[in-house]
Structures are given as structure tokens and as C-alpha cells.
Design a protein around this ligand. Structure first.
Ligand code: UDX
Length: 441
């Protein structure tokens, strides 16, 4: 078993730390946010992620999992994972590597000079291609070896995705002896997963970095493709959910990530495709990712389209109307509101003069904290009471199972905009609702 540090305890790092402890390693998670560290050290997740609290509690209690905000506490680890955020630059294009650089410098400064076995630094953050080879030089000067080990976890499934990933990717140094050491240490860290025959792919740094960004770009492209088809369906009276099902039966296309609606949001896909475009341009290969600008544009358009569908379907002006928005998180089973389509749409509808009441099963506290101007209520009942229209913008199970007959008694006007195509339209229509999906006229 290894002594592991995980630097950065956000969605990625906190889950990774807990999962590495679950695998039997001794783990120290580090974050500069002392409040977050206090929560984690008490065995509580500072955000909503199914299954994470149990893992934290169990491993903290077993003494395998500790948290700190001091770099000197992690100096002796065999393997250091870097899992800090790489947000979008304020200019809107490119990744901000401030946290990766700060973490790397702070770690390099405490690494022991003469260790019997060189420590391994394993990068997990999503970074522009070329970052690993730059950081390898910094760590090389301190006698440490760097590997790039991208992470593909989805929020809401983060524990499962970490403990049984589809694949494990190692980006290894060019120098043979260093590559051998890095691979051996990572194999020891992931021994239990490798025993379960999870595929392992070894590559150079650049390929490993690109695996992550291109996977995200592909997923985003798939979503924008089906959303573009939804626009066509609206123009022709076709039904995009049936279309997606039919094309998805072709294994080469696949059923997943073909859910049309208000589009992708969150802390990864939107910013990662923009950073990818920016990086390709820096490398003089901008033309190859030109299509991703379209992917981004189709995605942004869906948010506006949801507002337009509402305006077209409402038999009164939006100004002065009351609109219930069900969902604030960028997807269900998450309290993450970063770049959330639901909140973007809520803001646009409010700008047009409507009173917008937003609710969400998990994200209301985050909305209250970060968007205090938004009118947020705790329950569906409070949101829909007397509403002129209901917009379902995050497909939480609670909303998919709403009873249209019961809900119909509470609203002023039975108009539902199903921004995630997640409701049984027949049931809603039978209950007297005007049902408007995305690409399901
Ligand atoms: C994504 C990648 O899936 C993951 O591999 C990577 O590590 C991080 O980014 P995540 O952001 O957690 O994960 O969510 P994901 O489930 O991919 O959904 C992203 C967005 O796409 C959500 O807003 C979701 O609602 C939307 N989406 C997804 C669709 O609109 N349609 C779909 O068919 C699938």
C-alpha cells in the first residue's frame, strides 16, 4: 500500500482521495480552503455527490484518510496526485493554469531532496496539451518523476467512475527508466482495478492529455449533434427522441449522449472545448477544431431556444408572468450550478420581465449563495403555485415523476416546457397540459 497525497479537494480531488483510501492506501488530501478541509476531515463532503459521504466517513474513521492545508504534511508521499481546477480564463478562451502552477510550485518546494525511490507526481487535472512536459522539467529538478493520468469521472457517478473506470490512461515520461518507475508506481496504486481487468493504456504525455480533451470534445459534439437534429425536428414536425432511439441502435453511433434538450453545462464540457480550441490555435492547428466553435454555438443556442419556445407558447407577454423553473443544477444528482443551462435560462426569462421562481432538490443553497438576486424556493409546490408556465430544465427523478393532474390544479395556466425531454408527453397532454419539448412538436 502506498502513501498518497491528493492536491486539490474539489469534485475531482475529494472523490479521488476517498476512493484511493477505499482501495486501502493511506491518503492525505490537501486544499488551501481550510473550511473545505474541516468538512472533509469530519468525514463530510462539501458538495452533493451520491455515495461520497459514506466513503469519507468510513475511511476517515479507519485512519486511512486525512486532510490538511499544509504542503509540508504531504512531503513524504510516494505518489502526489494533482487534482486542482483549471477554470476558464476571464477572457473566455483558454484554460487558467494558475492553480496547477501554484500547486506544482508549492509541492516542488517541499519534496525531499534525497529519497530512496523518486516520488511520483501524477497529474489529473484537465490541462492544455503541452502542460505535462513543462511541469516535468520543474519536478525533474527536484528529483521527482511526472506522469499524466487523466480522469474521466462524471459528477453524480464520480465514485463509481473512479472505482470502476472504463479505462486507465498513463501519460509517461520519454526517459525509459523514469517511465518504468512511473508505470510501476501507478500500477501499485491501481492494483485492485487492474486486477479487475480494467483496460490500461500507456502513452506519451501529449497523447494522455489529448485523450481527455478529445473525449470531452467528442461527447460535447454528440450532444450538439442531437440538438441540431432537434432544431430540424422542430422545423419539420419530427420527433427527436424517436430519432435518437432509432439512430442509437446502430452500435457505431450508440444510444448514450443523444438526449436533446437545453444542452450541456457544468464545470467541464463548456470550458474544456473552448480551452481546446484556444490551445489548437496556439499550436497553429486552429483549423482542425474549427467545428468545435459550431458545437459551442449550437449548445448556446439551445438556451435561447428554450426561452423562445416559452414566449411562442405563452398566450400572454412574458412581462409580468410568473414562471416556475424546476432545476438549477447543470444535471441531476449534482448540486453543481457552474455554467448551468437552467440558471442561464432562468436569468434570461427574468430579464424579459417575468417573475421566475427557481427550485432544485440539491442546489438551492448554492444558488442562494452565488446568485443572491435569483428568487429561489425550496419546493416544487412553492415554485408552481399560480404559475403561468412550468419549465423543467434539469431532469431530476422528482420532476420526471411529477403527477401532471395534481400539478395542474396548482398552476394558473397549464403550459409545460420540457427542456430535457424527460416527461411523458402523453400523460401531460391527457391531463390537459400544453406540452412543449425540444424537437418534439
Ligand atoms: C463530463 C464528462 O462526461 C466526464 O467524462 C468528464 O470527466 C467531465 O465532464 P460531467 O460534466 O460530470 O462529466 O457531466 P456529463 O454527464 O458528461 O453531462 C454534461 C452535460 O451534458 C450536462 O449538462 C448534461 O445535462 C448534458 N447532456 C448529457 C445532455 O444535454 N445530453 C446528453 O445526452 C448527455
Amino acid at each position: 500500500m502506498k502513501l498518497i497525497s491528493v492536491i486539490g479537494c474539489g469534485y475531482l480531488g475529494a472523490v479521488h482521495a476517498a476512493c484511493m483510501a477505499e482501495l486501502g492506501h493511506t491518503v492525505i488530501g490537501l486544499d488551501t480552503d481550510t473550511e473545505k478541509i474541516a468538512e472533509l476531515a469530519a468525514g463530510r463532503a462539501p458538495f452533493y455527490e451520491p455515495g461520497l459521504n459514506e466513503l469519507l466517513e468510513r475511511n476517515v474513521a479507519a485512519g486511512r484518510l486525512k486532510f490538511t492545508s499544509k504542503y509540508r504534511d504531504i512531503a513524504d508521499a510516494d505518489v502526489h496526485f494533482i487534482a486542482v481546477g483549471t477554470p476558464q480564463l476571464a477572457t473566455g478562451e483558454g484554460a487558467d493554469l494558475r492553480f496547477v502552477d501554484a500547486a506544482s510550485d508549492a509541492l516542488a518546494a517541499v519534496l525531499p531532496r534525497h529519497r530512496k525511490v523518486a516520488p511520483l507526481i501524477a497529474g489529473k487535472s484537465t490541462v492544455p496539451v503541452g502542460t505535462a512536459s513543462r511541469l516535468a522539467k520543474l519536478f525533474g529538478k527536484r528529483g521527482a518523476v511526472l506522469a499524466w493520468n487523466p480522469e474521466f469521472l462524471r459528477e453524480g457517478f464520480a465514485v463509481k467512475d473512479t472505482l470502476s473506470p472504463d479505462r486507465i490512461v498513463y501519460g509517461l515520461p520519454e526517459k525509459k527508466s523514469e517511465a518504468k518507475l512511473a508505470e510501476k508506481l501507478l500500477d501499485e496504486v491501481y492494483a485492485r482495478l487492474l486486477d479487475e481487468d480494467i483496460p490500461k493504456i500507456t502513452a506519451d504525455y501529449a497523447t494522455a492529455e489529448l485523450v481527455k480533451t478529445s473525449a470531452n470534445a467528442f461527447l460535447a459534439t454528440k450532444i450538439s449533434f442531437i440538438n441540431a437534429m432537434a432544431e430540424l425536428c422542430d422545423a419539420t414536425g419530427a420527433d427527436v427522441t424517436t430519432l435518437a432511439k432509432a439512430i442509437g441502435h446502430d452500435d457505431r453511433i450508440g444510444k448514450k449522449f443523444l438526449r436533446a434538450g437545453v444542452g450541456f453545462g457544468g464545470g467541464c464540457l463548456p470550458k474544456d472545448i473552448r480551452a481546446f480550441i484556444a490551445r489548437a490555435e496556439e499550436l497553429g492547428a486552429g483549423r482542425s477544431l474549427e467545428f468545435l466553435r459550431n458545437v459551442d454555438a449550437v449548445n448556446s443556442r439551445q438556451r435561447m431556444r428554450a426561452v423562445e419556445l416559452l414566449q411562442e407558447s405563452l398566450d400572454r407577454p412574458l412581462e409580468g408572468a410568473t414562471i416556475a423553473v424546476l432545476g438549477a443544477a447543470f444535471k441531476p444528482d449534482s448540486d453543481d450550478i457552474r455554467d448551468s443551462p437552467a440558471l442561464d435560462i432562468a436569468a434570461k426569462v427574468a430579464e424579459l420581465g417575468a417573475t421566475v421562481r427557481v427550485t432544485d432538490p440539491q442546489a438551492v443553497d448554492n444558488v442562494r449563495r452565488r446568485q443572491p438576486e435569483r428568487l429561489v424556493v425550496d419546493t416544487v409546490d412553492e415554485a408552481i403555485e399560480g404559475a403561468d408556465a412550468v419549465m423543467v430544465l434539469t431532469e431530476w427523478k422528482e420532476y420526471r415523476k411529477l403527477n401532471p393532474k395534481r400539478v395542474g390544479k396548482q398552476v394558473a395556466n397549464k403550459l409545460v416546457i420540457d427542456g430535457r425531454n424527460c416527461l411523458e408527453q402523453g400523460e401531460w397532454r391527457d391531463a390537459g397540459w400544453q406540452y412543449v419539448g425540444m424537437g418534439r412538436r
